[in-house]
Write a protein that binds this ligand. Structure first.
Ligand SMILES: [Zn+2]
Ligand SMILES: [Zn+2]
Length: 262
């Protein structure tokens, strides 16, 4: 059985961090071979970098989440320098979120543009977060020529039309536990249509636990339920989903892959 990859999680967040060895063991027990631990502030990035250096199956990203207001505002040069670390495989998470932040969004858009420029300079793909801001997200991706860099639309919850435009820009689409929710029929319809060579799975743990753990603390082991849901929707086996999403992950992020798996 091909190992699964959780393409987006926050292992440094509590309560995952406090029980990390158990969390990683349960991931292995559930066939999750690799995880990408995603950065949300520069202040906490060193924790993620340490995690990724300590655990050969954990990769890191560097970036500042669109909703983070308090911390250090990163320059392009700072992001590029931190992305030079060999365990850092992506820039993000970045993007736009008009749900949790309101008012003049110029600061968020400017930060997003800097991340795209840093991704171009560092040659590492983007992890894009978008919520209630799809039109501006796609516009800025076009204006900054993100198609020349590539990346993933993480925790995808948008329409088929938004997916199509992101796919046209060469981006991958990653589904989280939301796709397993009872009321997510429209999203499952989108998940059915994403080309097999552009599909990824993630947990976004500790948030958004999939059914049957909805409402509980999420963890990478549960990405199995996301994969099983996609397998059902696309009428292929869970092993085929693991096979193609893991292949896609290593193609997109060019992450070093161990010879020993799981
Ligand atoms: Zn996000
Ligand atoms: Zn996240």
């Amino acid at each position: 059985m091909t190992p699964l990859v959780d393409s987006h999680c926050h292992l440094n967040f509590e309560p995952l961090n406090a029980g990390l060895e158990d969390v990683l063991q349960r991931a292995r027990d559930n066939g999750v071979g690799y995880m990408l631990c995603v950065s949300v502030t520069l202040e906490t990035f060193p924790e993620i970098r340490t995690l990724a250096h300590r655990h050969p199956h954990v990769f890191a990203s560097v970036g500042v989440h669109p909703n983070e207001r308090e911390g250090h505002e990163p320059t392009v040069d700072e992001l590029v320098e931190l992305a030079g670390d060999d365990r850092v495989v992506a820039i993000g998470e970045t993007g736009l979120d008009y749900y949790r932040s309101q008012g003049d969004m110029a600061w968020q858009q400017e930060r997003f543009r800097r991340h795209i420029r840093a991704a171009r300079q560092s040659g590492k793909p983007l992890i894009i977060h978008t919520r209630e801001a799809a039109a501006d997200t796609l516009r800025i991706m076009r204006e900054e020529d993100a198609a020349g860099i590539g990346g993933v639309m993480h925790c995808f919850t948008e329409s088929a039309e938004v997916a199509r435009q992101a796919l046209d820009l060469g981006f991958y689409i990653s589904f989280s536990g939301i796709v397993t929710f009872r009321n997510a029929e429209a999203l499952r319809e989108v998940a059915k249509q994403v080309p097999p060579d552009r599909l990824l799975v993630e947990t976004d743990a500790p948030y958004l636990a999939p059914v049957p753990y909805r409402g509980k603390t999420n963890e990478p082991a549960f990405v199995r339920h996301v994969a099983e849901c996609l397998a059902e929707v696309r009428r292929i086996s869970p092993d085929e989903i693991a096979d193609l999403t893991t292949r896609n992950f290593f193609k997109l992020f060019r992450a070093p892959r161990d010879t020993i798996e799981c």
